[in-house]
Design a protein around this ligand. Structure first.
Ligand code: ZN
Ligand code: ZN
Length: 253
């Protein structure tokens, strides 16, 4: 399904209201919850409770009290992360089908999984506003929507805080990252995200919006892999005066 950008925004605003008759993943079974049937729900792999509190990486050595080795070494600019599901299993498949198959409705189960995780996550409940990881112009044109933006709207609604979809903007096209190390990815991502510049008219129209100064921001994305992009977003927000950045992703790779 291809949706125009504005229609996709409406879809994002109503993802949590859509009640499909059949499972959105397989379209053969009845829906049990989150737009999925019982068989597909079993294919969603949860993120275990012993994941890293900073980056949500799965560690597998009991409940951690401190950051994982990668976080201890690279010191991410965001303070904490939560994920709706593991990227392995149906979670990642839904992300891939939504993005590359341009199927915005697959955001329904992803948003549901993420909203459940965020509601049960103490740092998230203290957020003042929700921001999404921005998409490049080219990707938005190709897909017709930004999946992160579709997911962020229902999360903000669940938390009862404003969603600011245009806080951040991409600068140019990010370099291909596949062959880079974690540190190289982080360097490559730095500077690819900036705060959205607002015209005087936009500032006037949004005069009740005082900006991010002193705010605790919940940053939403569809997947967290190395955390390089989330880190670049957190850096821009903190430099603009945000007090704290927390990350909520539909899936953790
Ligand atoms: Zn199904
Ligand atoms: Zn970590």
């Amino acid at each position: 399904m291809r949706l125009s950008s504005s229609l996709a925004r409406v879809a994002g605003a109503t993802l949590d209201l859509i009640a499909p008759p059949h499972c959105l993943a397989c379209s053969t079974e009845d829906v049990v919850r989150l737009g999925l049937g019982a068989a597909c729900l079993r294919l969603v792999r949860p993120v275990p409770p012993d994941s890293c509190p900073v980056c949500a990486a799965v560690l597998g050595y009991g409940a951690p009290t401190s950051a994982c080795i990668a976080c201890a070494r690279l010191l991410p600019r965001f303070r904490a992360s939560v994920a709706g599901a593991a990227y392995a299993g149906l979670g990642g498949e839904l992300v891939r089908r939504a993005k590359y198959g341009r199927d915005a409705l697959l955001g329904v189960p992803l948003a549901g999984l993420l909203a459940d995780a965020v509601s049960a996550w103490e740092p998230g409940t203290r957020a003042d506003e929700v921001v999404c990881v921005p998409s490049t112009q080219r990707r938005r044109r190709e897909r017709g929507f930004n999946l992160a933006e579709l997911l962020a709207d229902p999360i903000a609604r669940r938390l009862g805080v404003p969603f600011r979809p245009h806080r951040l903007a991409r600068v140019g096209e990010p370099a291909p990252q596949a062959a880079l190390t974690r540190a190289e990815r982080r360097r490559a991502a730095t500077g690819t995200v900036r705060m959205q510049r607002r015209s005087r008219l936009a500032r006037f129209l949004a005069r009740r919006d005082a900006g991010v100064c002193g705010s605790r921001i919940l940053l939403v994305d569809d997947v967290l892999t190395t955390g390089a992009t989330a880190n670049a977003c957190a850096r821009a927000l903190l430099e603009a005066g945000a007090r704290d950045v927390m990350v909520a992703v539909a899936t953790r790779a």
